[in-house]
Structure formats: C-alpha cells, structure tokens
Design a protein around this ligand. Structure first.
Ligand SMILES: Cc1cc2nc3c(=O)[nH]c(=O)nc-3n(C[C@H](O)[C@H](O)[C@H](O)COP(=O)(O)OP(=O)(O)OC[C@H]3O[C@@H](n4cnc5c(N)ncnc54)[C@H](O)[C@@H]3O)c2cc1C
Length: 496
C-alpha cells in the first residue's frame, strides 16, 4: 500500500486524508497545533464558545455539487443547517438596508427605499438572479477533464463568464456610484475593501439567495471535528502538535520530512495542505519557487491578502431581534493609521450551546491588510504593548456596541481579541491571511494545479490554489490531489 504524509490538518488536509483512505492509500496527518481544523475553528472562553470561521458555507444546500462533496467528507453528517434571513444588514445615517435571502424582497425593499435608483436596482437584481444557476465546478480539476468535459463546463459557465467580463474589472467603489441613494451607495462601496472587484458581491449573493451559503449548526470547530472523525473511522492516523520544519530532498523527490521534535517521516507521496508561503519559503527554503505565487506574494496592491482582528463579546441577554450580521456606523477610532468608521457584528443567538442560558456571543471582524500586519508584527516584539493594544481595541468595540445598543450598557464584556499574529502563530498563516488572493480589478485569477515544479512526489493543497479561496476551495483541492495520485498510480478514483 502506498503511503502519504499530509502536512496540516485544516479542511484541505482532512479532505486529502479522507479521500486518501477511501482510495486505498495509507495516510498520516501531521498537524502543528494540538487540534485539527486549521482556520476552520472555534474556541472556548469563560463559559462561551467563540466561533472563529463560518459566516457562510457554499454547499449547505442539498442537491448542489458542493453539498455532495461536503457529504462525502462527513462535514454535514447528522447536522441541521441554520439559514439566516439576511446576508448582511447595513445602517447609514438613520436608514437601514438588507441583503435579503429572498431576492424578490431585496428588490422591492430597495425600490421602495430608492425609487430614483430603479435602473441600477433592476440591473443588480437581474445580475444576481442570472448567477443563481451557477455552481462552482467541483467534480474534478480542469486539468484532468476530457475535451468533452471541458466544453460542457465552459458552456455551463457562460453566464458567469459574461458577468465576470462585465463586472470583474470594475471596483465595488466605482460600481456603487451607479446608485444615487446614499445608503445603497455606501453599502456597496463598503462591502469589500478598495480595489475589490464588483463581481464578488454578485457571486456571494447569488449563492445566498438561491438558498445556499448558510451555516451548519454547531459551528466551525464541530464541522472540522466531524471530518476528523470521518478520517479516523477510515483508518487515518493523526499526529497533532507536530510541526513539520524541513523537507529533505534527494534526486528531485522528498526523501523524508522532519518535525520540530526531530522525528522523521517517510512516504511515497507528501501533500503540503498548509500555507503556500510556508511551503515555498520555509519548508523548501525558497529553492523551488513558483512564478505564479512569486508574482502574487511580491505585489500586495493587486494581490492583497486580508487578515483580521477578531473580537468576541459576551452579552448578558438575548438578541432575537437583531439581524444575524449587522454593519453600522461608529464614532471613528484609530487602529494603526486607519480610522474605523464602521463595525460589522455577528451574533450566535441561534446556537443554544454557545453561551449560558439567556446570554449571547457577539463577534466582530475588522479586516487588516499589508501595513496593518507590519504594525502588529512590530508591536508583538513588545508583549506588553501588544496586549495593551488588544485590550484597547476590545474596549473600543465594546463601547461602540453599547453606544449603538444602549440597552446593552453594562451587560457586555470582552471575551477575546485575536490579531493577524494570532493566525500566524496558530496556523502558520502568511501575514495572518484567512483566505487566498481575493479577486481585485487588476489581479489575475490563479488556478494552480498544486504540482511543485522540480519535486516529483510533493503536492500543495488548500485555499491558496484557486480563487476565491475559503472552505470550498480547501475541500476541493484536498480531494483533487488524491485524484492526481490515483491517476499517477493508474487506479480508478472513488468518491465513496
Ligand atoms: C474569521 C474567519 C472567517 C472565515 N469565514 C469563512 C466563511 O464564512 N466561509 C468560508 O468558506 N471560509 C471562511 N474562512 C476561510 C477558511 O477558514 C479558510 O479558507 C480555510 O479554513 C482554509 O483551509 P486550509 O486547509 O486550506 O488551510 P488552513 O486552515 O490554514 O490549514 C492549514 C493547516 O496546516 C497546519 N500547518 C501549517 N504549517 C504546518 C507545518 N509546518 N506543520 C504541520 N502543520 C502545519 C496549520 O496549523 C493548519 O491547521 C474564514 C476564515 C477566518 C479566519
């Protein structure tokens, strides 16, 4: 039986492990952290559970190809799905607007609010509606498709291609100017940071309004644990707290890898289901650089990487009447050189086990980019200053929430504040990134095969390989690598 060692037990590593076991390989997952899941995680603080990942999961809708894949890896086994009514609610100068699940409701409420924007609203509605028929290509990597399969795929993506042509090179900020009503303009302009393509909002909303992109009950950690259970039940081996620090390469092949505690592991194949930068620059010591990644890592303007400050609050009360996800204006405060004018909060009222009875958890993610990471990196050289900054930001968010919701005053406390350095420390995430390269108007989309030029038995899997990254890409690319290995071994691939 051929042996595979997988570096990293995030969703990509677990997916690779599950399909490796299903396809008659012997596999081991080596994970740096003491627990599996990678960025798909959650953690406990003071009797509360903080969900650290899933805000929307493509593939929660039964009958979609992504749902089938999540089922094959046991991610949704025995789990109900929570379907929020709105993707995001947005407040601006006394007005509120909602990105509703029900697209007809979205259209009519926007038209009521902004009759002067009829043309722009209709175009927005039609674009989202047209994209609802689009499903992420899931079955196999494009490079493994027959000519017939490729033609079929291209024709199924006609609509999506046309929308990419129309909106892929327009920034959301530019697109927002088509709307006259300030709240619609501001909602769209602020949906994603500067430079991001307008197409992003259409793909996200198309998925959501067709009844997909919901949230599995139990949250992110529980989903990763279900995949771990599936992997173990198929005979896979997990070795946690085991960071790979070196790959020994002989005759253009990995001969063995070495973990921090000095142990060596040998296999026929090695899958790096970890951060791409960690693989190329640390484990391969920059000796097998890849031009597609190099170009992106060296151009942070066209290929920005987003990280987060992730703040969790506990509220002594229930939030039944609050939208699941709300963006609102705040009295500006500074983080590094940036003024923060809005905060987006999520609450977990639908999860009865995340908080003691009658209490709730609120999280708030503040995107961080290139210079923010630099500032955090520098600050973390002085642990006291770093901790103080985390406390300050936690207090600013708490104050802003209490100002927006006066009934919460005195009943909110800060549970935790994670920074880009936290993601780096726990997951080896390059610059704390929580996704791969997001679609911008100047950046070119990458579809990387995961093959490492110059090393025959080493493959990369995970969120970095394809836009838009996220959990679907992680699970797809983990599976794809095993498809490749089956092809290499000249044996049929099985999904079951
Ligand atoms: C706050 C937040 C919200 C998010 N929301 C969503 C969402 O709503 N929907 C969505 O689809 N996605 C979301 N994401 C993104 C999603 O979490 C990631 O895209 C996905 O989890 C990436 O999976 P991965 O397996 O590719 O990588 P990772 O999760 O980074 O897994 C890599 C694993 O490798 C391990 N590792 C790294 N180096 C080594 C080494 N040298 N040796 C051993 N192990 C190593 C790491 O510890 C980690 O466990 C969110 C992420 C964050 C942080």
């Amino acid at each position: 039986m051929k042996k595979i060692v997988i570096i990293g037990g995030g969703i990509a590593g677990l997916s690779a492990g599950i399909f490796a076991q299903k396809n008659g390989f012997e596999s081991i997952i080596l994970e740096k952290h003491h627990t599996l899941g990678g960025e798909c995680t959650g953690w406990n603080r003071q009797g509360y559970h903080i969900d650290g990942c899933i805000h929307w999961l493509v593939g929660t809708k039964e009958g979609t190809p992504m749902h089938t894949l999540w089922t094959q890896v046991g991610a949704l086994e025995g789990t109900e799905v929570f379907h929020p009514e709105t993707f995001l609610s947005f407040e601006y100068e006394g007005n509120a607007v909602h990105l509703c699940r029900d697209l007809e409701r979205l259209r009519s409420s926007w038209l009521r609010l902004a009759p002067q924007d009829k043309e722009a609203v209709e175009d927005f509605y039609q674009t989202v509606k047209a994209l609802q028929a689009f499903n992420m290509p899931v079955d196999k990597p494009i490079s493994m498709m027959t000519l017939f399969e490729k033609i079929k795929l291209i024709s199924s993506m006609k609509e999506a291609g046309a929308i990419m042509d129309k909106y892929g090179k327009i920034s959301l900020k530019t697109y927002a100017r088509r709307f006259k009503h300030p709240v619609l303009r501001e909602l769209l302009a602020n949906f994603l940071p500067e430079g991001y393509s307008a197409s992003s909002i259409f793909f996200a909303l198309a998925s959501f309004t067709k009844g997909d992109a919901s949230i599995p009950y139990g949250g992110s950690k529980a989903m990763a644990m279900r995949m771990e259970d599936k992997y173990r039940s198929l005979g896979g081996t997990v070795i946690a707290s085991s960071e790979v620090v070196k790959l020994n390469i002989k005759d253009k092949q990995v001969d063995c890898l070495v973990t921090k505690d000095g142990k060596k592991y040998q296999a026929d194949y090695y899958i790096a289901a970890c951060d791409a930068h960690r693989l190329y620059e640390h484990l391969l010591e920059g000796r097998y650089s890849d031009s597609a990644f190099k170009k992106r890592f060296s151009n942070s303007i066209d290929y920005p990487l987003a990280s987060n400050i992730y703040i969790a609050l506990a509220y002594e009360g229930e939030l039944d009447n609050l939208p699941r996800s709300l963006r609102f204006q705040v009295t500006p405060f500074k983080i590094h050189h940036e003024e923060i004018h809005y905060l987006t909060i999520n609450h977990y009222q639908y999860e009865k086990t995340f908080a003691p009875e009658g209490h709730s958890v609120i999280t708030c993610a503040i995107n961080q980019f290139y210079s923010d990471y630099e500032a955090w990196d520098q600050l973390s050289q002085d642990m006291q200053a770093y901790q103080q900054e985390k406390v300050r930001i936690g207090s600013e968010v708490l104050r802003a929430v209490e100002m927006r919701f006066p009934y919460m005053k005195g009943k909110v406390k800060v549970l935790d504040v994670a920074t880009p350095k936290t993601y780096e420390r726990y997951c080896n995430a390059y610059r704390g990134a929580f996704m791969g390269f997001l679609p911008t108007i100047k950046g070119k989309m990458m579809a990387h095969s995961g093959h490492i030029k110059g090393v025959k038995n080493l493959f990369l899997s995970g969120q970095w390989l394809q836009p838009p990254g996220g959990l679907p890409v992680a699970v797809i690319t983990g599976r794809d690598t095993i498809m490749w290995l089956c092809k290499k071994e000249k044996k049929p691939f099985t999904y079951y």
